[in-house]
Design a protein around this ligand. Sequence first.
Ligand code: WAQ
Ligand code: MG
Length: 292
Amino acid sequence: MGESNYYSIRMHASRINMHVSGAERIVCAQKIESTVSELIGRAMRKDCTPDRVTVTIDDLGNGPLRTLKALDIITVNAPDSSEARTMASDILQNAGVAENAALQALNFLSKGASPSGENMRGAMIIDCRTGERLETDRARGVRASRFDWSDEARERIKKELADNGLSHFRTCEALALATKIAHGPGVIAEICWSDDPDYTAGYVASLKTGYIRFPFMKQIGNKTGGRAIFVDRNGFDARASIDFLQDEPVLIDGTGKYNECGDAIELRRCLKRHSGLDPESSDCLLESLKKT
Ligand code: WAQ
Ligand code: MG
């Protein structure tokens, strides 16, 4: 393993063949050992002690690593999950998803998107016009992998989030994941909420809107969650897109801005104004929010 290389380190913990926790990092050679022990610590700290923990270390070679700036964040303070999901659907439509496709995704996510009615391990891939599911394995879906914050960007985002009352590790991780997914070839938008019954937050993300989080995307105690990635099949190369999501290493080395939005009326006004703006500008939604 060469000195100047980056390494992908992935941890997976299970109990009786059931997933308990997982995490991944991209680090330089000097940080391999400390990162491995940090990830093992995280695997063992769970209230549900795993009976198997695997750690995989892959040399990513010494080629240049793709770097990305994190999406901007907007917290929308919708009071409950039904309002949050309605607003999420509006945002998806603003990002280019057909109403029917957005509703299909919400429907699958609410009832458990795997054929058994359980949660999937990864994400659904959904045609943004027709709502068709395109992933070949409907239980596993597609898992985005090989992304991480640079040390500096991680410190900055952690502080920015903590200053706004968001200190749960999930927010930081989901933002990194959503940033990678949003940059996927053919990707239009993503929607997600956690399968953890104690974690009610979810988000809609796209290059156009940034990361729009809702503190209450489901009711507390609800064990159903998942992810849907909407793609535009015009000129779409499914292989290239899935290869990017699963395999291309990405380091997030820049942070975006943070803002809050009070209610549906404010968000609608802002989305309406926004739909006339340059779709290539990733922070224009945030900008138009400041003007409301
Ligand atoms: N790639 C694709 N899909 C995934 C991945 C992945 N790497 N990891 C999880 N999923 C899917 C899978 O279906 C899970 O059931 C579902 O997503 C939820 O995963 O405060 O914690 O790890 O702003 O439970 C969002 C809000 C939290 C964070 C998301 O997801 C915030 C979360 P979880
Ligand atoms: Mg989970």
